[in-house]
Structure formats: structure tokens, C-alpha cells
Design a protein around this ligand. Structure first.
Ligand code: SF4
Ligand code: SF4
Ligand code: FES
Length: 427
């Protein structure tokens, strides 16, 4: 913990927290334009500036990306800060006089006239960059970006319009309404494709495994679109945060995904907005490879933390997998029920098991994560691996089609031992 004062009031804050988060927690309001909870703060608009004094020296810093420090004194509304904010709003108004958000800010800050003039026609875009960041950090696409320099600087799709997946993150996040998704243009582009190239936009975002659009890309009257919004919120692409760049690592010849939360039950959890996806880790997916059937809790079931939510079965023997979290089942991956090997082939992707809505989403933070998860996985995988190699298994994190592979035969022969090793015998 660090100790600081904000407007003369003593505050305790978590090390590494940003000044903005602590100021907001203290119920003090300061303006922001380029800040969004889902994105990395960049300090671009400088409207969140505050005055910080340390060791007798004062300076103006941007609160959204400045970390708290021991002993710092912060003034959120000093004369210097207010002056800086007024000048910034004047500059923004000179460029975008018609933007209601800026007019409102000007009123709040007491800006009565604008001393600056722009030679260009009014532009609703204030160049905050949120749309560019959302496209890159949330959708992982980078279809739009800043183009040109100086007074010519603007947002452009010239980089690669073909890459746009029509997720709508830019339109949603723009604070001024300057960016509009041209669905008509996107439709024309997509309709020019044929057959298998006509993928649904949610498949292109990575939220659906496979879906060919049979609705002429008229998402506004499509059940799939409605279902995705119901499931993930608006817009659904935000469920992908923190991005979809998966960095699969290899531990003892088994895949490990560092961005997930892991439980002792060999179940991983992935927060997606206020929903959580559950699946089996690489070790547990071995047991699934040898299972004859996988039975998942059905949609609508309320599962409690510590109760069985999936059952693997082989020759009448069953292994129950306990849920690390409570929640209502929103969807179950029937592909795994039809083909248990899918969980082994792609344990952290297409082999997921359930999507749940937890009553207490913060419980996920009690699971193993980061270095703790990695150490735990290493220790377990080392022992698991020794057992497998004595039976002759050539482990590899590159998992192809299970088919009649050696791994499958070994797991089938030693299913009981593996099940006992991971969970003890149950059910
Ligand atoms: S289009 Fe909107 S979100 Fe993008 S930079 Fe301009 S104001 Fe910001
Ligand atoms: S119309 Fe429906 S199926 Fe087609 S891209 Fe839009 S949401 Fe997907
Ligand atoms: S909100 Fe902090 S710099 Fe824009």
C-alpha cells in the first residue's frame, strides 16, 4: 500500500494503481476524454491533468496513466490545473465546435470564448484515438489508424479496409459520434465473396467457431446478431478483451495458456465481460481423449462452486469434473460432447466446455493466475509427464487429429490411473 494526499485528504492506495482510479474511488470528479476502462491509458488528451507535488516540486501529470507514489500530494482542481484544462478545451473547440461533449465541458470549466481559430472546416473527430486503440486492443485487427501528420492528421481506414471484421468497437467507443460503421459498404464487400468466404462477422471476430452468413449480412435483422448481443452484451466484441492474441506456451510437452485462470481441478476459466468460459487444461484433456462420452451441464442449470459440471465416461467408469465457480450455464459446447477428442486437440480454444454467468464474477481472481499458475502447472505436469513417458507417450503441444494416435491408445489403456492422478476416483 502507498499513502498519499488528494486535495489535502490522506488516502491509502494499492501500489501500481493509477491516480485516476484512486481519485475516482475518492469520489472526486475530473474530466477525461481519451480514457476507457477497457483500454490501456495513453495520456493523449491531457484533460485528466492534475498537479502533483513531491519533495517540494510540483508538476502537472495525466492522472489516467500516472501511478500513485508514496508521499505524493495531489491537487485535482488547482488554478494551474484548471487553466491547463480550459486551454485544452479551447483548442478542441477550435477544431470541433459542434461537438456537444466539448460544449458541455466548456460550460463546466467556465470557458466563455475560444481564442484559437482553425483554418479547416469543423471536424467532429477530436483525434482522441480511442477508435484506433479499440480496433487494435479489443478486436486485435488494426484495420484503422492515424494517417498524415500535423494539421492534416486524421483517422483513416486506408491501412487495410479488407481486414475490418465489422465488429463495431470503433463506432461504439467514439465519444463524439464521429465514426460510423458503413454497413452498406461492408455488405457490398462481403457479398462479393462466394461460398465459404461468406463467414459471419462473429466468426471473423472469433466469437463463433463456424458460421456462414445466410442472411445477406443484414445483421440488424438477424437472430444470430441478437443472440450474440444477449450473450456477450453490446457490442459483443468487447468480450474478447484482453485481445485475442493467444500465446500458447509449452510445459513438459503440454500446451499452457498464461492468460487463463487455473483451478486444482484442472479446469481453466476465462473472464469474458461479465461471463466466464470454462474448459479443461492440457492434462485433463488427456483424460477426455480417452473418454467414450462427455456429458456437460445443460443450458439454464445453476452450478455451484465445487459441484460436478461435466462427467467423462469410459466403459461404465465415470470421472466428475468439479466447477471452480458458481454460475448459470448459458451455453455448453456440444462439439465436445459429440467428439471428446476436441478438448485434447485444442484445450484452450475450440475444446471449451461451458459458458456461465457467475453471480460473483470476482471469485475468478481466487484461482491460480500468472506465475502462481505457471509454477503449479509445471509441478503437476512434470509428474504427469513422467507417468506418460513410462508408457511411451511422445507428448507435443502441437496436437493434431486424435484418430488412432499413440497418445489415444496409451490414454485408453491407462485411463483409470490418469483419472486417479488428476482427481482421485469419483462418481
Ligand atoms: S473517430 Fe471518435 S474515437 Fe476515433 S479519434 Fe475521432 S473522436 Fe476519437
Ligand atoms: S447477418 Fe447474421 S449471420 Fe450474417 S454476418 Fe450478420 S450476424 Fe452473422
Ligand atoms: S483521459 Fe487522461 S489523458 Fe485523456
Amino acid at each position: 500500500m502507498v499513502h498519499l494526499t488528494i486535495n489535502g485528504k490522506r488516502i491509502r492506495a494499492k501500489e501500481g494503481a493509477t491516480l485516476l482510479s484512486v481519485i475516482r474511488k475518492a469520489k472526486i470528479s475530473i474530466p477525461t476524454l481519451c480514457f476507457h476502462e477497457a483500454l490501456t491509458p495513453r495520456g493523449a488528451c491531457r484533460l485528466c491533468s492534475v498537479e502533483v507535488t513531491r519533495a517540494g516540486r510540483s508538476r502537472i501529470v495525466t492522472a489516467c496513466n500516472y501511478p500513485v507514489e508514496e508521499g505524493m500530494e495531489v491537487q485535482t482542481h488547482s488554478e494551474a490545473v484548471m487553466r491547463a484544462r480550459r486551454v485544452l478545451v479551447e483548442l478542441l473547440l477550435a477544431r470541433s465546435p459542434q461537438v456537444p461533449l466539448l460544449q458541455e465541458l466548456a460550460r463546466e470549466l467556465g470557458v466563455e470564448s475560444v481564442r484559437f481559430r482553425s483554418k479547416k472546416p469543423p471536424d467532429p473527430c477530436i483525434l482522441c484515438g480511442l477508435c484506433v486503440q479499440a480496433c487494435s486492443e479489443i478486436a486485435g485487427i488494426e484495420a484503422i489508424g492515424f494517417v498524415m501528420r500535423g494539421t492534416q492528421r486524421r483517422i483513416g481506414t486506408e491501412i487495410d479496409p479488407e481486414r475490418c471484421v465489422a465488429c463495431g468497437a470503433c463506432e461504439y467507443i467514439c465519444p463524439t459520434g464521429a465514426i460510423r460503421m458503413e454497413m452498406g459498404r461492408i455488405r457490398t464487400m462481403r457479398l462479393s465473396n462466394t461460398g465459404m468466404e461468406r463467414f459471419c462477422r462473429y466468426m471473423r471476430m472469433g466469437l463463433l467457431d463456424f458460421m456462414i452468413c445466410s442472411n445477406g449480412f443484414e445483421c440488424w435483422r438477424c437472430e444470430v446478431d441478437q443472440e450474440m448481443e444477449d450473450r456477450f452484451g453490446t457490442p459483443p466484441v468487447f468480450a474478447l478483451k484482453p485481445g485475442r492474441k493467444r500465446e500458447l506456451q509449452e510445459i513438459e510437452g503440454m500446451p499452457f495458456l498464461p492468460e487463463l485462470y487455473y483451478s486444482e481441478e484442472h479446469v481453466w476459466a476465462k473472464p469474458m465481460g461479465d461471463l466466464i468460459r470454462l474448459g479443461l487444461d492440457a492434462m485433463a484433456s488427456y483424460v477426455a481423449l480417452g473418454a467414450r462420452s462427455v456429458q456437460l451441464s445443460s443450458v439454464g442449470t445453476e452450478i455451484s462452486k465445487g459441484t460436478v459440471f461435466a462427467v467423462l465416461e469410459r466403459d461404465g467408469k465415470k470421472a466428475g469434473i468439479h466447477s471452480p465457480l458458481s454460475g448459470t450455464v448459458l451455453s455448453a459446447n456440444h462439439r465436445v460432447e459429440e467428439s471428446p477428442g476436441l478438448s485434447w486437440k485444442d484445450p484452450y480454444g475450440r475444446g471449451w466446455l461451458l459458458m456461465i454467468r457467475p453471480p460473483y464474477p470476482e471469485e475468478v481472481y481466487d484461482l491460480r493466475f500468472g506465475t502462481d499458475a505457471r509454477r503449479w502447472f509445471e509441478a503437476k505436469a512434470a509428474r504427469f509427464s513422467r507417468a506418460l513417458s513410462q508408457w511411451g507417450d511422445p507428448r507435443s503441444s502441437r496436437r493434431g487429429d486424435p484418430g488412432d494416435r499413440l497418445e489415444k491408445r496409451i490414454v485408453e489403456e491407462h485411463w483409470d490411473q490418469l483419472t486417479e492422478f488428476l482427481w482421485g476416483l469419483r462418481c
